[in-house]
Design a protein. Structure first.
Length: 320
């Protein structure tokens, strides 16, 4: 994969299920004690089902909901907010999951995510996100606009602790003691990935940790073709959805088995894509911690169960 100055190939697939009434309070502050002795920098309410996470972004005295996107290397603003931003730095055509999107880069003024500030003048991306909003209007859940993506340029300085049981996302200084099983992440300037075993393929396959990906998993088209020929994947149909480049038809399939750390994932639903990606929905039955500074991903079963009891995908105690 080619290195890019600021890659936006995963500015896409904000999951179709926008906030339901049970998650209407997501993005709001979660009470906590602050101070140098406390590990918690900020906390937010999030949906309990692993669906999209919207956080409050403050700019020019106004507040807008932005989606948290660990697969986006640069924080991105909707084109409607361009008047609030600074000088243009340049333009580029960037790959998305199914097409090419035209992106402007410019400098941001003072911006903060909740109480966490970005340095003034931070380079950010600007792109037209109307396709996302058009798509969300077709969903069964309530329509909800969003105005940007919170990318790795901001997130990589923190430890993110996702507690879906409590509906809580915490920005931490260091991983909690009870974070669970650690899996090393493969870090670059533009992405974080984890090595996975895919039944039917020799060796390890890197999967980008991309919480902007629709659903649980995305798999490269060539890899999906190979798995189908070898009997380790089956197509389940196609569907229309939007990424940063517009509307496209996507391939849906199921994989026989994958391995992450010491565990296996059986009968996993996937979409065909230009990239291998892990979406947030994959972890909705786990306690998940992303330690970006330490380049580790921590997993822990939710609740008292020793294994996960998720209908799709299904987790087991052994990798392939």
């Amino acid at each position: 994969m080619q290195a890019r100055p600021v890659s936006l190939y995963v500015l896409c697939f904000i999951t179709l299920g926008w906030l339901t009434s049970t998650a209407a309070a997501q993005g709001g502050p979660w009470p906590h004690r602050s101070g140098p002795e406390n590990n918690v920098l900020a906390e937010f309410r999030i949906p309990r089902d692993g669906s999209d996470i919207l956080l409050p972004v403050h700019i020019a005295g106004r507040t807008f909901p932005f989606a948290l996107d660990t697969g986006c290397s640069t924080t991105a603003f909707d084109a409607s907010l361009r008047p609030l931003l600074g000088q243009t730095l340049g333009f580029a055509d960037e790959p998305a999951h199914a097409g090419i999107c035209h992106v402007e880069y410019c400098r941001a003024p003072q911006v903060s995510v909740g109480t966490l500030a970005m340095p003034p003048g931070t380079p950010v991306a600007v792109l037209d996100m109307r396709a996302y909003r058009d798509r969300s209007a077709h969903c069964r859940s309530a329509h909800r606009d969003f105005y940007g993506l919170i990318g790795l340029d901001f997130l990589r300085q923190f430890v993110l602790d996702f507690d879906f049981d409590r509906g809580r996302l915490a920005f931490l200084r260091r991983p909690p003691v009870s974070a669970g099983f650690a899996i090393p992440m493969l870090a670059s300037a533009y992405q974080y990935a984890v090595p996975m075993k895919v039944a039917g393929i020799n060796g390890w396959q890197p999967f980008i940790v991309d919480f902007g990906t629709r659903g649980a998993l995305a798999v490269r088209h060539d890899l999906l073709d190979t798995l189908a020929r070898r009997g380790f994947a089956c197509d389940t149909g196609t569907f229309f959805s939007a990424d940063a480049s517009g509307w496209h038809q996507f391939r849906a399939a199921r994989l026989a088995r994958l391995g992450l750390g010491g565990w296996g994932i059986i009968d996993a639903p996937v979409i065909g894509s230009a990239f291998n990606c892990l979406g947030l929905e994959l972890f909705e039955d786990l306690r998940l911690t992303l330690d970006f500074p330490g380049e580790r991903l921590f997993l822990k079963p939710r609740g008292a169960a020793g294994l996960w009891d998720s209908p799709s995908p299904r987790w087991t105690s052994a990798a392939p």
